[in-house]
Design a protein around this ligand. Sequence first.
Ligand SMILES: Nc1ncnc2c1ncn2[C@@H]1O[C@H](COP(=O)(O)OP(=O)(O)O)[C@@H](O)[C@H]1O
Length: 511
Amino acid sequence: MGKAAAVGTAVVVCAAVGTAVVLGRRRRRRDAELLGAAEAERKKKVAAVIEDVERTLATPTALLRGISDALVLEMERGLRGDMHSQLKMLISYVDNLPTGPSVGDEHGLFYALDLGGTNFRVLRVQLGGREKRVAKQQYQEVSIPPHLMVGTSLELFDFIAAVLAKFVETEGDEFHLPMGRQRELGFTFSFPVNQLSISSGTLIKWTKGFSINGTVGEDVVAELSKAMERQGLDMKVTALVNDTVGTLAGGRYMDNDVVAAVILGTGTNAAYVEHANAIPKWTGLLPKSGNMVINTEWGSFKSDKLPLSEYDKALDFESLNPGEQIYEKLISGMYLGEIVRRILLKLAHDAALFGDVVPAKLELPFVLRTPDMSAMHHDASHDLKILGSKLKDIVGVADTSLEVRYITRHICDIVAERGARLAAAGIYGILKKLGRDKVPTDGSPMQRTVVALDGGLYEHYKKFSSCLEATLSDLLGDEASSSLVAKLANDGSGIGAALLAASHSQYADIY
Ligand SMILES: Nc1ncnc2c1ncn2[C@@H]1O[C@H](COP(=O)(O)OP(=O)(O)O)[C@@H](O)[C@H]1O
């Protein structure tokens, strides 16, 4: 009995265990089914967000052509001086560019200072005339402490002048300043300026994350000159140029066929050589050259044709300059990584991309910088290892699945491709404005056209630059694109500013 009972009990126990096993298995199956359903639902949400991103950021060729046409119309309005024009089309007062490899008369010691983004550069060159050209150059790059980007004008210019003064102290014997002469400087200042002459201009507004009280409306050359005086530095600013204008000048010094310069760095902008008689707002004498360099300030272009997504609108709304610099916010290095972050955040919130908890770090604006986006985008390893470790560092999620990594790379691809294609549409617009977008109908040969490009985004983000070039070829067609050269003008703006300082030197007639 006892035994039987025991056996019975044992049987009962076994039966209970059996039931538990069966129930457990069922629950696991049900859990698995539920999990599977939840996972399928999550994947569906991921796919829906991605589809929406692909749709709203799409840039089909026909749209790009429409954007180029809208840009050309805005360029014309700006050249007429239309108050409502989005493009300032600023007159640079540079009507004569350094004259190319066959001439190149400029000589002497000149300095350049380039302020326009997160870093600024000081440079000195010894120009050796026709024979030696750029005989010797040295430069130093210093990053601007973030608090100075939103501090006071005085602090910013004092900081810059102090770095410049230290740099001048390191000038070696290989640089020659004739006795009794003052050192001269080309000041590259890459914010919109109302130029009053080649060596003066008032700031219209700060962009690219700078927001400093008390500079708007002031002559930036006077601000710099006063700061140099405070440092005891005896130097005269003989040319104030935008970085696009400097790049154009530097580019033309190297290649006579350079007609435009485009910057793709923290921000974006373009300058080109316009026929002076195509600038209705120019009221001065017609320059001898017949030309005038125009700084388009194209970053402020906006059009209802631009593919703005919810992410762009939110980024703009929360930016230091809402409603402004819309084209720049779709294209430039300051913003691309941030757009990717916003899309990943949406995927984290709506589709639990990084698990049930949204990573806190992903909520931080600008935590994902464009160089990191570029590194993730270029990861070609089979397991996207670099991308995984970037996500770990930036987002704080240690073990991301291959699926998450592929999705992240795809988002980088969509955002970079849109930026590059929109930038190509802008260049195509300038070429159209210059009539260099088509093979001439009168049978004459197509002129060689060179566009000088500079900026960290163009230089280092290879998928971006190759997409830009491919899109430009596509827009131009085979024949016209075979005459176009896109040339990297590495720090062309520094040399360009020094060259313009030389051609506008107070001693120009003596040289
Ligand atoms: N490896 C990279 N990949 C993508 N973008 C980059 C890379 N390196 C730099 N950049 C972008 O270029 C910008 C710097 O551009 P640069 O022309 O050097 O200076 P500026 O700040 O004066 O525009 C950075 O803010 C960044 O957005």
